[in-house]
Design a protein around this ligand. Structure first.
Ligand SMILES: NC(=O)c1ccc[n+]([C@@H]2O[C@H](COP(=O)([O-])OP(=O)(O)OC[C@H]3O[C@@H](n4cnc5c(N)ncnc54)[C@H](O)[C@@H]3O)[C@@H](O)[C@H]2O)c1
Ligand SMILES: O=C(O)CC[C@@H](O)C(=O)O
Length: 526
């Protein structure tokens, strides 16, 4: 049975799902060293934001097939290292959207009405009503940085509270912003015009310290900023200085440059600052959602099924993947075949999608072809996750072309591999829904199903040659299951494709190439 390590607190609903297919060990609060020490035993790792999955941990995870992040952000996982090792990384892109959006809204209102400090004051025996005169959000301007899933929900709710909305997001359309009632503006305009600013963006090299001293200097003196996205997007020292000097009115933070938040001067500020310990996703509903979402994906991957929200494999939904699966199988088989025909080091792969395939999503087909191409060299080390990266690292140039013209089959795939030993091409198609046919080898028309042991020859089309090959194979006790010849003109060049019941014994290929009229011979194992 597979083994799953759960290294952060995860809702029981997720554990129950994992337990259907695996032995589940729950070990929270491990140090990086402890995690690296025990990870070799596990096929899957399930985490929240508490565990940091570094390159060292990934390298140590020799059995690891999948890392599941019960939440959105995968910034605590070295995704590149996982991709290189062919480990799928999955998350729950929507399970805690509402929780995070509501936390941001709660922070905005709490900050406006000084609720944490007023609460603490009453609980400590006071009845002070003068110190907590707040501000209304009605008719105020809210600047939303990042109009993705969480930002959009914040927009809808804030609109209902009568706020005017500005948004900055260079990757969304004006139409989308209009739909949400937001005016899409440049960052500087948002900084200058907003009474409240809320951040809902990923942490990237562009967004790190997006809110720095310069940005803060552009804000209104009554501005309040909320960050429930990622720590490090705000320069905390610059924020502290601005708050201390009264340059802006307040800040509510859920996430920090370093978590847990250590000895920060922000803690010394009073009612103008609210700090929560990364609670954006901490609702019962969100924890159930993310646990189920990620546990189901871990279960599926351990059962050999695709993951629906993998962050490091072609980003397609399960329906599309299911529809493309037969073509991906075709691409992988042809990639494997053309790689073996080309032999040596392949420098370039042309992937031509023809007929109905030309209108399909090409990325998974190309990835599958590369997986097939690299499978001889990398065996089980190559998979859909790392095929593109492995190809890139090997300097394989991939050229993708499309031709919507329909030929004998509704859709077909043509691959050309150029390498150190020459150039070869293969074409294939699907017969019915999923039966693979090789329809062309080096531009010679054939019509053969792939089989495990195959022999391909390029020869002169002349009497007796087929018989000689048959006898030679017979003398080595190799049984021929099927044979087909493809030629363009009579008595010109031809290819012969043989499916064999047995692998070719060593040395026989040399004998075949010595047969008069044979120009080249290749064995292929699919
Ligand atoms: N505090 C929490 O517990 C908690 C919970 C869930 C999510 N999050 C975090 O909230 C953030 C948003 O999550 P989401 O689910 O809405 O993500 P999302 O991918 O749906 O939305 C992110 C948006 O940011 C935009 N964006 C990217 N780079 C940008 C840039 N440089 N400037 C402006 N916009 C940019 C994208 O176009 C996208 O629309 C993430 O960082 C996520 O990790 C935090
Ligand atoms: O695990 C958590 O509670 C935080 C989740 C949140 O930061 C996320 O990115 O989904």
């Amino acid at each position: 049975m597979a083994k799953v390590l759960v290294s952060d607190p995860i809702d029981q609903a997720g554990i129950d799902i994992l337990s259907q297919v695996a032995t589940v060990d729950i070990k929270t609060g491990l140090s990086s060293e402890e995690l690296a020490q025990i990870i070799p035993e596990y096929d899957a790792l399930m985490i929240r934001s508490g565990s940091r999955v570094t390159q060292e941990i990934i390298e140590a995870g020799t059995q690891l097939k999948i890392i599941g992040r019960a939440g959105v952000g995968v910034d605590n996982v070295d995704v590149n290292a996982a991709t290189r090792k062919g480990i799928v990384v999955v998350n729950s892109p929507e399970g805690n959207t509402i929780a995070a959006a509501e936390h941001a809204l709660a922070m905005m209102l709490a900050l406006s009405r000084y609720i944490p400090d007023a609460n603490a004051s009453v609980k400590s025996g006071n009845w002070d009503r003068k110190s907590f005169i707040g501000a209304e959000v009605y008719k105020k301007t809210l600047g939303i940085v990042g109009l993705g899933k969480i930002g959009s929900h914040v927009a809808t709710a804030a609109k209902a509270m009568g706020m005017k909305l500005l948004a900055y997001d260079p990757f969304i359309s004006t139409e989308r912003a209009d739909q949400l009632g937001c005016r899409l503006v440049e960052m500087d305009v948002l900084l200058q015009e907003s009474d409240y600013i809320t951040l809902h963006i990923p942490k990237t090299s562009e967004t790190t310290h997006l809110i720095n001293a310069d940005a803060i200097a552009k804000m209104k003196p009554n501005a309040r900023i909320i960050n429930c996205s990622r720590g490090g997007i705000i320069d905390e020292m610059a924020l502290y200085n601005a708050l201390k000097e009264g340059k802006i009115a307040g800040a509510a933070l859920d996430v920090y440059e370093t978590e847990p938040l250590g000895d920060s001067p922000l803690k010394s500020l009073e009612k103008q600052v609210i700090l929560t310990p990364h609670l954006g996703a901490s609702t019962t509903e969100a924890q159930v959602n993310v646990a189920i979402d990620v546990a189901e994906q871990i279960r599926d991957v351990l059962l050999g099924l695709p993951a629906r929200s993998a962050v490091n494999i072609p980003g397609l939904g399960p329906d599309v993947l299911e529809e493309l699966r037969p073509y991906m199988q075709l691409a992988e088989t042809l990639g494997n075949l053309v790689g073996q025909l080309a032999g040596g080091r392949v420098e370039q792969l042309v992937v031509k999608l023809q007929g109905e395939l030309a209108t399909n999503k090409s990325q998974p087909i190309v990835v599958a072809a590369l997986k097939g191409l690299l499978s001889q060299a990398l065996r089980e080390r190559v998979n859909y996750v790392n095929a593109s990266i492995e190809a890139k690292e090997r300097g394989i140039r991939v050229i993708e072309t499309r031709d919507a013209a329909v030929r004998d089959y509704a859709g077909s795939l043509h691959l050309e591999a150029k390498g150190s030993l020459g150039e070869h091409s293969v074409t294939g198609a699907l017969l019915g829904d999923s039966e693979i046919r090789i329809t062309d080898i080096d531009e010679f028309p054939v019509n053969v199903p792939p089989s495990q042991n195959m022999l391909f020859t390029l020869h002169r089309d002349m009497p007796g040659i087929i018989g000689k090959i048959g006898s030679l194979l017979g003398s080595f006790n190799v049984n021929i299951a099927s044979m087909q010849v493809g030629r363009k003109i009579v008595r010109g060049d031809a290819v012969m494709v043989l499916s064999l019941d047995d692998p070719l014994p060593d040395g026989i290929l040399d004998e075949i190439t010595k047969v008069s009229g044979i120009r080249d011979a290749y064995t292929v194992t699919l």
